[in-house]
Ligand binder design. Structure first.
Ligand SMILES: *Cc1c(COP(=O)(O)O)cnc(C)c1O
Length: 402
């Protein structure tokens, strides 16, 4: 017997379908110089500080006296302390090192964390959305509520009219590139406290924030330490998509409702921090020592400057794209505090019609918005992860073909 919830998953059709169309076109037009504005992966190399740390850690592994085997379950102290100091205390947020769990990236943790919750929990996600949240909860058989994010509500999800137990929020957002201000996020924290709900906050693009009033962490909002778990990743921050490292913050104040313990026979609340520690020490054996040393290096003075320069490079692409596309008459959202632009298709085209137009007439690849959920219909996602040269070339092609 299998877990039949897997049969309810929608096919991961988006990126395979894009690849199929692009390959078919390439076969017919082998000389076409196709540029992708659809890549969801970084392209610039790792920072020199990171490379240096990787070499050093590798050399340590070559000598018995400094060799490291299994590391501590929550991650090495050196990294968790650097995280607490730089990502939280620097913002005036009081997070303890034992509330930080180093991971191999945010995909695993955003996907796995729901295991701690009852299958009866009702889950809310924004629409369009990063598919991991939906698929992980579908596999677990949960009911999912979609909160539309459209130009009509300025991509700010409205509070659900029915009670939900769990809310996934990702800001800056993938795919729309939009953000929430502190006061907009506060409404969700207040909702969670009032409804005894839990917020899963995906902060994977936190390092791209340029605007003053956009929170870098949900813990900037009072009360969030009682109702929110926050996921971070070095993938987009520092180009770690291939290195693999991230972390999850589980404040000790985030607790279950009272539950009856078979063993103790008492009614008690359980902290998710304790549960996540138990879960991870059973099913996860840690992120590699090399990856953790590499992550530590981004918190050094040089490391900070170097990753900021790379993010600046991508954000310059985003600025170019925003300005040029807006000048051409496109309605463009995002791209100010995120490497993604969410572009309204012209002349009422569907997402896929515009994708085909881009491919056939400009030899450009984008990501059809409808692939991220029904509210994504009529949009495409463009990313700023390409090179300057390709970005400029791509923009010129669009303006020439319009
Ligand atoms: C890229 C991305 C992540 C990070 O995934 P990793 O597993 O850390 O590489 C997490 N959430 C969203 C929304 C992303 O786009």
């Amino acid at each position: 017997m299998i877990n039949e919830n897997f049969l309810k998953l929608s096919e991961s059709y988006l990126f395979t379908e894009i690849a199929r169309k692009v390959n078919a076109y390439k076969e017919e037009h082998p000389k076409a110089d196709i540029i992708s504005l659809g890549i969801g992966d970084v392209t610039q190399p790792l920072a020199p500080a990171v490379i240096e740390a990787l070499h050093k850690a590798t050399d340590e592994m070559a000598v018995a006296a400094s060799f490291r085997g299994y590391g501590p379950e929550r991650g090495y102290d050196f990294l968790r302390e650097a995280i607490v100091k730089n990502d939280f205390r620097a913002l005036g947020i009081d997070i303890e090192a034992d509330e930080v769990f180093v991971s191999d990236g945010a995909k695993s943790d955003t996907g796995n964390f729901q295991e701690l919750l009852s299958a009866d929990c009702v889950v809310a996600v924004t629409d369009p959305v990063y598919p991991v949240y939906i698929d992980a909860n579908t596999m677990a058989g949960r009911h999912i509520v979609k909160l539309p994010c459209t130009p009509e509500n300025s991509f700010v999800p409205e509070l659900p009219t029915e009670h939900v137990d769990v809310i996934y929020l990702c800001y800056p957002n993938n795919p729309t590139g939009t953000t929430l201000t502190k006061s907009q996020l506060k409404k969700w924290v207040d909702y969670a406290i009032r409804e005894k709900a839990l917020i899963f906050y995906d902060a994977a693009y936190e390092a791209y924030i340029q605007s003053e009033d956009v929170p870098h962490s949900i813990y900037e909002i009072p009360g969030a330490k009682e109702c929110a778990v926050e996921f971070h990743s070095y993938s987009k921050t520092a180009g770690f998509t291939g290195i693999r490292c991230g972390f999850t913050v589980v404040p000790k104040g985030v607790k279950s409702e009272k539950v009856k313990s078979e063993k103790l026979g008492l009614l008690e609340t359980i902290s998710l921090n304790t549960m996540w520690n138990r879960r991870q020490s059973t099913k996860f054996n840690g992120t590699s020592y090399l990856s953790q040393r590499a992550a530590e290096a981004i918190y050094t003075t040089e490391g900070k400057e170097q990753i900021k320069a790379t993010i600046g490079y991508y954000m310059e692409n985003a600025r170019l794209m925003r300005e040029a596309l807006t000048d051409m008459g496109f309605k463009v959202y995002g791209g100010v505090d995120a490497p993604y632009l969410w572009v309204s298709t012209p002349n009422g085209m569907t997402s896929w019609e515009f994708f085909d137009w881009m491919l056939l007439s400009a030899h450009l690849v984008c990501t059809p918005g409808v692939g991220f959920g029904p509210s994504g219909e009529g949009f495409v996602r463009l990313t700023a992860f390409g090179t300057h040269e390709n970005t400029e070339k791509a923009l010129l092609r669009i303006s020439n073909r319009l």
